[in-house]
Design a binder for this molecule. Structure first.
Ligand SMILES: Nc1ncnc2c1ncn2[C@@H]1O[C@H](COP(=O)(O)OP(=O)(O)OP(=O)(O)O)[C@@H](O)[C@H]1O
Ligand SMILES: [Mg+2]
Length: 432
């Protein structure tokens, strides 16, 4: 049996190579020496004569995680091997533990498994090749544990880094989105203000010029009244009144037009409210097309339009903003009804169709009205484009507002197919 040799052990401990580091604990110096002889050539070794000293050594180490394996005797004074292992479990969680014992101590084995998380329990006297093999396996196991921990740590760091990066990206995107929405709003405001200025200039010119003329006419009438009113004077005064009336009439029409623009603008602003919520689409669409139809009947009377519904029964609740989409539907239904109520020489027909498709739903409004000539197909979506004339009360915002609601707010499509003299089909496609 080789003798316990302090110098030899110190030399082994001092060798600073990449060999795995093992701690050997036994209160019998001879036993330690045997182990050192057996393992010293292949591994870096630390030794300790008892549990208390071992614990102190481990605590003092600043490279604790390098300690791959501890082989400890079970029966030692003051502290058993399993007691020591239970104490250092949290201090060095990746270090693999082996107990050597001369007794088949059942309690110790159970304690070891339950409390100290021991890799192997070996009975003395052990077979050296068997011990070497066990040490080799235990070190492989330690290495694997360490790799897993390192990998988990890297993964955790990576996940944290990625999450942080994503959060940052998200915040940037949100900020960009807000900026874009703001820019879009400003651009829309620009277009709208430009359009408004243009729309208001004519009626305002009329009102300014005609009211000035009216002042002159009043002065003219007063002058006539200050003279003796003969027949010619009466005719002249009547002419003044007639002109005053005509001017007031034009002012009334023009201010009415401006009023309608202001009303439409208010209605346009209102649809930005409301929230998306599940809505039964068939009932919803039918209700608003019906409403437009009855409204026309009431206002214009004698409307003879055939209103038909082809609704896809598979359609259930769809996420929409009913407040705004109802506005869009009303605009489209009004256009369809107005198109068939003119002099088209045929019986008017408006059909509402809904259809479930793979990527969403389609709402179609078909009419056999006057249709739109091809060169106007894109123009009709421009704000203030109307072919209905100033006196009609239309200001040409219906389609542009509907387009904004369907495309910009709901992320859908609004398309128009039309042939002059034959009719028009407007389709809304809403994504699922
Ligand atoms: N279904 C349709 N059939 C024929 N023409 C249409 C139809 N829908 C729209 N149009 C044409 O497109 C133009 C623009 O429509 P839009 O709804 O934007 O404005 P409007 O109906 O003229 O006015 P508003 O809707 O503001 O009362 C209309 O003036 C009309 O010429
Ligand atoms: Mg319209």
């Amino acid at each position: 049996m080789a003798l316990f040799n302090k110098d030899k052990i110190a030399a082994i401990r001092g060798s600073n190579d990449n060999k795995p580091l093992i701690m050997l604990i036994d209160d019998e110096p001879d036993n330690l020496t045997v182990l050192v002889d057996l393992l010293g050539a292949q591994y870096r070794l630390m030794t300790s004569p008892n549990g208390r000293d071992a614990y102190a050594q481990i605590q003092a180490m600043d490279n604790r995680e390098e300690l791959s394996l501890i082989i400890s005797d079970q029966r030692m004074p003051e502290m058993t091997g399993t007691e020591l292992f239970a104490q250092i479990k949290d201090l060095i969680p990746d270090t693999v533990r082996i107990i050597l014992t001369g007794y088949a101590d059942v309690k110790a084995i159970i304690d070891a498994i339950n409390d100290a998380n021991i890799y192997k329990f070996m009975l003395k006297p052990y077979d050296p090749p068997q011990l070497l093999l066990t040490v080799k396996r235990a070190l492989e196991y330690a290495d694997m544990k360490r790799k897993i921990r390192r990998y988990t740590k890297t993964l955790e760091t990576k996940v944290t880094e990625r999450t942080l990066a994503l959060q940052q990206k998200n915040a940037e995107l949100e900020q960009k989105k807000d900026q874009l929405v703001m820019q879009e709003k400003m651009a829309a405001m620009g277009v709208l203000t430009g359009g408004l200025a243009h729309e208001f200039r004519n009626p305002l010119n009329f009102i300014t010029n005609l009211s000035r003329m009216m002042c002159e006419l009043v002065a003219e009438g007063r002058a006539l009244l200050h003279q003796p009113l003969d027949e010619a004077g009466k005719i002249a005064l009547d002419g003044v009144f007639e002109d005053l009336h005509a001017n007031a009439d034009v002012i009334n029409t023009q201010s009415g037009h401006m009023n309608r623009i202001v009303d439409a603008m208010a209605a346009m602003i209102r649809p930005t409210s409301g929230q998306k919520r599940p809505t039964p689409l068939n009932e919803f669409a039918a209700e608003y097309v019906n409403f437009a139809y009855h409204h026309h009947k009431l206002v214009h009377g004698g409307l003879s339009v055939d209103l038909m519904f082809h609704l896809d029964e598979r359609l259930g609740d769809i996420m929409i903003n009913p407040q705004t989409l109802s506005h869009a539907l009303l605009n489209l239904a009004n256009n369809a009804i107005e198109a068939v109520s003119g002099e088209t020489g045929k019986a008017g027909r408006v059909v509402l169709k809904t259809q479930q498709v793979a990527d969403g739903v389609i709402i179609r409004l078909e009419d056999n009205g006057c249709g739109i000539k091809e060169t106007d197909h894109t123009k009709v979506f421009e704000p203030f484009h109307t072919a209905k004339g100033v006196r009609s009360g239309h200001i040409g915002l219906g389609l542009s507002v509907a387009y904004d609601i369907v495309v910009k707010e709901h992320g859908g499509d609004l398309t128009l197919q039309s042939k002059a003299g034959e009719g028009t089909v407007v389709s809304i496609h809403l994504p699922a």
